[in-house]
Every structure is written in C-alpha cells, then in structure tokens.
Design a protein around this ligand. Sequence first.
Ligand code: GLP
Length: 232
Amino acid sequence: EGANKGVAMLQQTLKDCHEQVVFGLATGGTPQTLYRLLSASQLDFSRCIAINLDEYVGLDQENPQSYAYYMNRHLFSKKPFQQTFIPNGMNRNATVETQRYDQILDRYPIDLQILGLGQNGHIGFNEPGTPFESTTHEVQLTESTIAANARFFAQSTDVPRSAYSMGIKSIMAAKQIIIMAYGKAKAAAVKKLVLGPVTTAVPASILQQHPNVTLIVDEAAADQIKKEKVEN
Ligand code: GLP
C-alpha cells in the first residue's frame, strides 16, 4: 500500500507539471513494487526525463547486476521515457564521468526524487561521512553495503568495490523527495533519519532539512519510531 501512495504521488507530479517532468530514480529491492505498479499503470512517461542516482563502477548495461540493466528490466522496457540518464560505470575516468553527470543534473532539475535507505543510513551510494555539499563522486563502498548488496550477486567478492553516485547536495536540490524503507533491517536507520541529529554519520538525516519529503515505511521499518503501542 506504500507503493500505491508512491504511484499516486508520481501521478500528481505528472499532473502538476505541464511541460517536461524530471524524475530522480533509485534502484535496490525497495522500489521494485513501485516500478511494477507503474509498469502496469496507465501513466505516460513519454515526456519525462529519468535521472538515476548511482551505478557500480566496472559494470556495463548488459551486466544483469548493473543498475542500468535493473532500470531497463523493471521500468524502462515497459514505460518508455523521453530520455534516461545513469552514470556510466564503464568510464574509468571518474573526473570526466562525475562532471558529465553534474552537467546533466544542472540541465534537468529534479521534480521528484525517489530514494531507498541503506541499513547504515546511506542515500544513493552516499556512505556515512559523505559531506552534505557533495556532488556526483566516486564512492568506495563500505563493507556493510557490500554485504547488504551481495544477495544480488553470485558471491560477495563479485560486488564492485566502488560506485558513482549523485551527491547529497544534488539529492537535496530535488523539489520533492519520497524515501521508502521496508523491513526490520531498516528500523534503526529510519529512527535516525526521523529522530536523530542531522549528521554526516547518517546521510539520510539531512532530509530533515528538506521542505518536502514523504517517508513511506512498513510496520517493521517503523518499529522504532512508533509512539507507545496502544494497549486495549
Ligand atoms: C543500495 C543502493 C541504494 C538503495 C539502498 C537500499 O546500496 N545504492 O540506492 O536505496 O542500497 O537498497 P535496498 O532497497 O535493496 O534495501
């Protein structure tokens, strides 16, 4: 039902924007239901631009573990967009690639950004410690993120060690943000996101300072932010 809310919000953004609409999109397990519902919907994305958050360094779009492959599989093959962007993981020149991506972000300001939440509070691939002023950069993935994402690979040693990610400043520049988190593994990060101090140790905590954020959680992820449980 949380994903339905997400669909309704995308629909509203499409309605509100009369010209080109720019969506910032995320990968991972969390948005898969949202993409399934969007794929089955009547919504038309042909006047929309999609800008993805991140990509593994070293994986090309034919690689089933790449985020480019993921996006084609879960959304773009079913819902054509006018144009889609994702960092090029095959460009080993990080300076060139990150500057190229920042120019895309400057050219297409994001109307609605979809985010997942890492167990350690990361957004995109902005790991703890990433400066809030960061733009697109190459990230050395933490051991906990490698372990969390190993389920998508044959073995954990196959998980790339680095990724290109939009920075926190670029994420915060989106006009509206939806962050989704499901399952008990996310409960601690959700608590820090909502109630914790704003600190680079928890990248998602900066969202407290964004004027238009919607958090979509299930019961398990909300476990540590619920008021006292109601007793009958
Ligand atoms: C991954 C991605 C993030 C994602 C997060 C949570 O590492 N880079 O964009 O939001 O971690 O992933 P999941 O939804 O699979 O739990």
